[in-house]
Ligand binder design. Sequence first.
Ligand code: ADP
Ligand code: MG
Length: 505
Amino acid sequence: AIVEAMAEQVVAQLREDCATPATRLDCVAAAMEEEMRAGLRGEGGKIEMIVSYVDDLPNGHCATPAAKLDGVAAATEEMKAGLQEEGGSKIKMIVSYIDNLPNGSEEGLFYALDLGGTNFRVLRVQLAGKDKRVANLESREVSIPPHLITGSSADLFGFIASALANFVADEGPQNKVVLGGKQRELGFTFSFPVRQTSVASGTLIKWTKEFAVDDAVGEDVVAELKTAMEKQGLDMRVSALINDTVGTLAAGSYNDEDIVIGVILGTGSNAAYVEKANAIPKLNGELPESGNMVINTEWGNFNSPCLPITEYDQALDDESVNPRGQIFEKLISGLYLGDIVRRVLLKIAMQCSIFGDVDSTKLRSHFVLRTPDVSAMHHDETPDLTIVAEKLAANLKIADTSFETRKMVVEICDIVTTRSARLAAAGIVGIMRKIGRGTPGDKRKTGIAIDGGLFEHYGKFRQCLESTLVELLGEEASKSVSVNLTKDGSGLGAALIAAAHSQYA
Ligand code: ADP
Ligand code: MG
């Protein structure tokens, strides 16, 4: 009983440290909004707020320009406020240089490369205009050999280019006919912080998510890709370089014109949204005709005293490849949730013997418990929690557990995931506040496109995120807010934006 009491104490402490009461989330949303404003002023802090240079989102139903102007007018106050406020920013709010988004009329065959996690995908998309839309979409997923994630730039891009070359080499002769002698064109989704220099170029600011290909930092990632493609003898034009959040936003709004925010909840986490161009003081040159500009917030680097941080998060951060960076991402995204749970279990195993006589080698190994395992345990509905028992045995060599202990493990999964989902919801509310959405008087619909394995596959995470949005916005306001799973939007979005920036368009 003493043993169980000690474990209970660890869990009770975790519950307390991870608590996200609405007041705290309010603080997170407010701090996020502040950081975003500072990022837009160019007072570079933790959040990039990258200007995507996408200033027009695809709209299959032909948006009326009047409504668009209305939107610009309505946000005037917001823009002014954004110009006036003081304070450094952790959110960079990066500009993307895309000044034209697909509008639904795009036609032709386009390719996309989606790199940002443990796998990358190559896609071929046949766009058939307003009525037929996406006539065909084929994709191939390729896993990146682990040594390339921390190797040289030439090796990483060489691997990617060869996969792309194979994909092209394997396609049937009918594509030659479709292309009719035109050069193949590619949209490149590259989901790391990039300082965009044009719609199709940008330098890598830093790696995130366990990537550490040092000689690529500061380089133009499109130039790196082009060099690698040339070595493969692959003749392709890179028509756009985008972030996965921008791709998700583009794919989302291609299908639903109300979508103004794109969020990634996968290996990592980030968000992009449609900002008014004149609310971005750091935007140089002529304002785009549409009056809009997509901002890639790079919210993963958000940090604030409001965030509920535990000893496990601190240890994870210390031992990560990017200590002190991407704190918001480390609390939220799929790469990390499993490892946070593992660290809690390790602490319990060190303090008492409820896991029996366990060899802690596995328990001490980073990332051996993954977020899909946490999800499987969390959703275990077998009467004896058999799945929990299996996952503990298979991943952590914890073979002997009582039913009570397994229940405790489920509770730990619940605490860690609930915090993640609630913080992600608070981040979304921060963006909505920045653009004046979801207020009680706001009649506009606000659509949020979300992509990523964490959101897609982890049901309890998704439910919690959605219910937290209702909690923070209120029943009434949340009726005009919709959350859409935009599966593989980052790849489709890249093809759409490549089409919008085609040399033949
Ligand atoms: P990426 O972010 O690399 O583009 P995905 O969007 O496919 O990749 O997301 C992959 C991430 O989603 C994994 O790192 C994992 O954390 C999470 N994930 C995948 N499957 C599940 C699952 N069944 N339950 C919970 N999380 C999952
Ligand atoms: Mg992805």
